[in-house]
Design a protein around this ligand. Structure first.
Ligand code: MV4
Length: 643
């Protein structure tokens, strides 16, 4: 077994591999770019080597520098993770030429599966079902059009060197074929430097079901299937294992086909055989076809680990070190059900655009496995995949595992960057998904309802007001008391007018919102708010309030000082923008002041607010003094009227 390995990757997968290595007594070497100098995987590893600039081509794709780092640190093997160099056969050969072990398949196995046409031919010969179609060398457009006619529409044109939907065109009728072909060839040439295509029968209501395989170069086993149909633009969102609706007969047929595929190329290590399944008429043993084989450990491998109890990274290390397969097929079994939700820093309303930001707050659910490469305080880097974590839950049944996923997502707290957390929660509540009626078109069909942002309810606004004044910290019984009735103070949440709060006792308040008064009481676990379905967790973070839960919310606090100054209210008379304690008064009657001159300091909401002159002028009156408690709107300093 290895004494030390180098992980040629970053983020959650690097952390995950380091953990399994450590559990096996293997020391780990991390590599990092300039952008990852303070990253979690660097901290977790036993050693770390800087490999270059932030762009992947300057660091995580620099095979030579990575191999040098392995040699320099005495690592005996390199684990590539996924992405980056994980399926680069030249890297495999360079690693082996340097006398190191590549923890993964051989270069020849990767090459065999690298081009779709050759892969399909190989699978056909191995008796693996392949989608009816044409994947020959003749690329003449008329010949390809004739092949499409023979297959029968609708057909899919696919780039031979493509993957993940790139260079793919769905063609519904002969009239569209030539234009779609030209478009696919052009995209393929640009993206892959190879414009060769194949033509296939389009499988209606496709489901993406893949089988985890593991080989030792001679034998191979499968570790059952994963359903990855919940995708958006070929990006997986939630994966599960086993696949809903799978029959034992079909599972055996797919598992055997996957093992044949692996053995056909002498596969060594963890791999995934991807099938397209016809979901239109339920799952049938004659309704699945080989798509492609991914010659790496996949992002979604944790759901397989959850239902089999196997640590796939441990298997990778053991087999790479020369051991045979750790288990026979008959020793492997499914226990329960598992889900993985991919939590991303992405702006869903803006079209799922990648987001960045510093994670001011980050808390995962203790009831889930959370594979993450970031910590509270980390920046989401714009250089790499903006994944925050993979949230993995399992249970004795699909329904239990899904309820746990819904709960775990609702308990997950992220602030500092927008995320897809609300979208993930909406998916767990999707009627079709809840009963296992999934296909690759589900998200696209229901995107509007899945991403619709409802207006905040009254109880949400009330909770936000309470966090805005830091109600949980207000222990004074009389904080909101003043002669002549309750002291109502305005709470300026961007986009929401007329909100007012009055503190009625220690950690208690009433909020006026939407023409009604709601009671709020702060407890150690969260706020109890009239009308709220559960305790409300949240926080005030500088100039914003965040609410956590099934539908996370973020409210910007308007700085009353900026607003008043902007509205010119403070032109002659400087008012207290909120109730508080006058900490200092800097002027006296008769003083000449310039615009922006400091007049007084007010302590409110645990912060000090400096009140400044909105214009130059002479001080006519000083209406308060240091140590005075003032109400919102109290006049503090008056300037003489302008001449
Ligand atoms: C297909 C298919 C239906 N019929 N092939 C998409 C990328 C790669 N994983 C293979 N893909 C598909 N190949 C045939 N013959 C459906 C998919 C597919 C898909 C297609 C369109 C839009 C989204 C999709 C998501 C997953 C799979």
């Amino acid at each position: 077994m290895f004494d030390k390995i180098l992980i040629a990757n970053r983020g959650e997968i690097a952390c995950r591999i380091i953990r399994s290595a450590r559990a096996m007594g293997i020391r780990s070497v991390a590599v990092y770019s300039d952008a990852d100098a303070g990253a979690f995987h660097v901290e977790l590893a036993d050693e770390a080597v800087h490999i270059g600039g932030p762009a992947p081509r300057e660091s995580y794709l620099r095979a030579d520098v990575i191999i040098k780092a392995a040699l320099a640190t005495g690592a005996q093997a390199i684990h590539p993770g996924y992405g980056f160099l994980s399926e680069n056969p030249d890297f495999v050969e360079a690693v082996e030429a340097a006398g190191l072990v590549f923890i993964g398949p051989s270069a020849s196995a990767i090459r065999a599966m690298g081009l779709k046409d050759a892969a399909k031919a190989l699978m056909n010969d191995a008796g693996v079902p392949v989608v009816p179609g044409y994947h020959g060398a003749n690329q003449d457009p008329e010949h390809l059009a004739g092949a499409a006619d023979a297959i029968g529409y609708p057909v899919l044109i696919k780039a031979v060197a493509g993957g993940g939907g790139k260079g793919m065109r769905l063609v519904e009728s002969p009239a569209q074929f030539l234009e779609a072909l030209a478009s696919a060839q052009s995209e393929a040439a640009t993206a892959f430097g190879n414009d060769a295509v194949l033509v296939e029968k389009y499988i209606l209501k496709p489901r993406h079901i893949e089988v985890q395989v593991f080989g030792d170069g001679h034998e191979a086993v499968h570790l059952f299937e994963r359903d990855c149909s919940l995708q958006r633009r070929h990006q997986k969102v939630i994966e599960e294992a086993p696949a809903p609706g799978m029959t034992e007969e079909m599972r055996m047929a797919m598992g055997h086909a996957a093992v044949r595929a692996a053995k056909a190329i002498g596969y060594k290590g963890a791999g995934t055989v991807e099938f397209i399944v016809d979901g239109a008429r339920g799952l049938r043993p004659d309704g699945f076809w080989f798509m492609e084989m991914n010659t790496r450990l996949q992002v979604e491998h944790p759901v397989t680990e959850a239902i089999t109890g196997i640590d796939l990274v441990e298997w990778q290390l053991r087999v790479a070190a020369g051991e045979g397969l750790p288990c026979r097929q008959e020793e492997l079994a499914i226990t329960g059900h598992a889900f993985e939700a991919r939590l991303y820093a992405e702006d869903v309303p803006a079209g799922f655009l990648p987001a960045t930001g510093r994670l001011e707050h980050l808390r995962f659910s203790a009831a889930a496995r959370n594979d993450s490469g970031v910590r509270k305080g980390d920046e989401i880097s714009p250089w790499y995949d903006p994944m925050i974590a993979k949230v993995v839950t399992q249970g004795a049944s699909r329904a239990i595992a899904l309820k746990r996923l819904e709960a775990a997502l609702a308990e997950t707290e992220v602030a500092g960057s927008v995320t897809n957390l609300t979208f993930l929660g909406a998916l767990t509540r999707h009627k079709g998904f809840r009963v296992g009626d999934v296909d690759t078109g589900l998200i696209a069909r229901d995107l509007e309802s899945l991403t619709h942002e409802h207006e905040p309810a009254a109880w949400e606004l009330a909770a936000a007001c309470a966090f805005a004044v830091d109600l949980p910290s207000i222990n004074a019984a009389l904080a909101g008391f003043c002669f002549g009735g309750p002291l109502w103070q305005e709470v300026a949440l961007e986009g929401h007018e007329g909100l007012r709060i009055t503190v009625t006792g220690p950690r208690q308040a009433r909020v006026f919102v939407n023409a009604q008064e709601l009671a709020v009481a702060a407890t150690a676990e969260g706020l109890r708010v009239t009308g709220a379905p559960a305790l409300v967790r949240g926080a005030r973070l500088d100039a914003k309030v965040v609410l956590f839960g099934a539908v996370p919310r973020q409210f910007a606090l308007i700085d009353p000082l900026a607003r008043d100054a902007a509205e010119g209210i403070g032109a002659d008379v400087v008012l207290a923008p909120m109730p508080g304690l006058v900490k200092a008064v800097f002027v006296s009657v008769g003083d000449e002041v310039l615009a922006g001159a400091r007049l007084a300091v007010l302590e409110a909401m645990k912060m000090e607010h400096t009140l400044v002159a909105a214009r130059a002028g002479r001080v006519a009156e000083v209406l308060s003094a240091e140590g005075a408690q003032v109400a919102a709107g109290a006049a503090l300093v008056r300037l003489e009227e302008e001449p």
